[in-house]
Design a binder for this molecule. Structure first.
Ligand SMILES: Cc1cc2nc3c(=O)[nH]c(=O)nc-3n(C[C@H](O)[C@H](O)[C@H](O)COP(=O)(O)OP(=O)(O)OC[C@H]3O[C@@H](n4cnc5c(N)ncnc54)[C@H](O)[C@@H]3O)c2cc1C
Length: 418
């Protein structure tokens, strides 16, 4: 269906449904509802490419950026939502385009170890994990998952590992998460590339304008993810054909169309829709120590905790992961993820568990830095949206892809239409 060139540019994103009406390109005025990364990136890319098109970006909050924001206190620095991104050319292209190449740094290679804590012991997650599951078991369940509509629990025949994986991505247990949605290339969802994937991947790698982080590594911004959002805001302000309306809640596409005096087909919905499924709420804490108080904690990416008796679902070693500074000299910073489904709201319980999981020493920083919600993507979700009729332009993580890479790649696909 798609050409080799399209596969090289967009990669596996082409497996995902793309709910943008082709006639959007004939619009001279486009209303984008939702000023998170999705709406912001689409507004920027279209407006920059087509000065003859006016974009009105409508956001219900008083500022743009959506779930992305970075908490700072002196030299302590921590993201509330996404903190790093895996290799993806669409991200590199955006970063390069808005002049952030020098602030976009590969993660610390010494911090790639990940663990699972089951309530009794820490288990390292690595290629041996697949052996523990049993290669034949894994092969059979992957094959079954290719029939479509399976959960991650059905795809990965080890509940603990499956739950840890989905908790780390969508803060939900594996039984509730659509395998096609999370890993369409593994379940072979959607279109197939015209050539072997390994050959396409080689070609994709040659297109990176910046650097190619080693397999399994990630990259992040000096100053946190807010650096990306802030730069997009600056770039948008420079474009005369973008108008931003803050503090404006839009109830439905018709209302956005009426405000901008455009047909509904010229509205791009980059926010949750009323009929959307429920969302998982979580709290985010930061805890900071002097290095000597946590020297028993190995340097790594972090620990996922599938055991639901523990209110903490994950501990990320923020100051180990990033090459840019996240803690004052001689200190380490950890981000603690607390799903509300596991927690009664008592902060003391979180610090008590942190003492069990990290160190008995007193932290010099312990703070609840905010709350976020993550959309639910139940089994069968991707099949359902790919079979539904496209009547409205819908984008963003509430609809088509959970990660920053999907959101940016989708924005690029939208702009490529113009
Ligand atoms: C805790 C957490 C951890 C994450 N970790 C990672 C990670 O490690 N890696 C990764 O790649 N991604 C991660 N993500 C996901 C990443 O942050 C998202 O993919 C991305 O930020 C989504 O951007 P968006 O614009 O689609 O949605 P949003 O940021 O949700 O933006 C939607 C916008 O629409 C606005 N809006 C809503 N309703 C209306 C309305 N009715 N009218 C007007 N405006 C409205 C909202 O205020 C918001 O600004 C994480 C997310 C969270 C919350």
């Amino acid at each position: 269906m798609y050409s080799l060139q399209e596969w090289i540019r967009h990669g596996d994103e082409l497996r995902r449904p793309f709910h943008v009406l082709p006639n959007i390109t004939s619009s001279r005025h486009i209303a984008i509802v939702g000023g998170g990364l999705s709406g912001l990136t689409i507004a920027y890319l279209i407006a920059k490419k087509r000065s003859d098109i006016t974009i009105t970006l409508i956001e219900e909050n008083k500022s743009l950026g959506g779930v992305i924001s970075t908490w700072k206190d002196g030299e302590w620095c921590c993201d509330l939502a996404v903190n790093a991104t895996r290799p993806h050319p669409a991200v590199w292209r955006l970063v390069d385009d808005i002049g952030l190449a020098k602030k976009f740094l590969p993660s610390n290679p010494a911090a790639n170890r990940r663990w699972i804590y089951d309530g009794v012991k820490l288990q390292s997650l690595n290629f041996l994990t697949a052996l523990k599951i049993g290669p034949l078991n894994l092969y059979n369940s992957m094959k079954k998952a290719r029939e479509g509509g399976c959960s991650i629990e059905e795809m990965i025949p080890d509940n603990k590992i499956a739950d840890a994986l989905t908790l780390g991505i969508v803060n939900d247990v594996a039984a509730n998460v659509d395998a096609d949605f999370l890993f369409p290339s593994l379940t072979r969802f959607g279109h197939e590339p015209p050539k072997k994937w390994s050959s396409i991947k080689r070609k994709i790698k040659r297109t990176y304008p910046l650097f190619v982080p080693k397999r399994g590594s990630v990259a992040s911004f000096d100053g946190g993810m807010e650096t990306l959002v802030n730069e997009l805001k600056i770039q948008i302000e420079k474009l005369q054909n973008v108008k931003v309306m803050l503090d404006t809640r839009i109830e439905n596409p018709r209302q956005a169309a009426d405000i901008c005096n455009v047909p509904e087909t010229s509205v791009i919905w980059a926010a949750p829709a009323r009929e959307d499924r429920s969302r998982n709420k979580l709290s985010i804490f930061v805890v900071g120590y002097r290095e000597e108080d946590v020297d028993s904690v190995s340097v790594g990416y972090g620990t996922l905790i599938p055991n639901s008796n523990i209110p903490i679902s994950g501990i990320l070693h923020e100051s180990d992961i990033h090459s840019s500074k996240r803690a004052p000299e001689g200190h380490r910073l950890f981000r603690i993820m607390v799903p509300h489904s596991r927690w009664d709201g008592d902060h003391k319980k979180i610090i008590a568990h942190v003492r069990e999981l990290l160190t008995k020493a007193d932290p010099i920083l312990f703070e609840h830095i905010g709350e976020r919600t993550i959309p639910e993507y139940p089994p069968g979700y991707l099949s359902e949206i790919s079979q539904s009729e496209v009547t409205l332009n819908r984008v963003g993580w509430n609809f088509s892809g959970v990660s920053l890479t999907h959101v940016i790649a989708e924005a690029e696909r939208v702009a490529d239409l113009f």
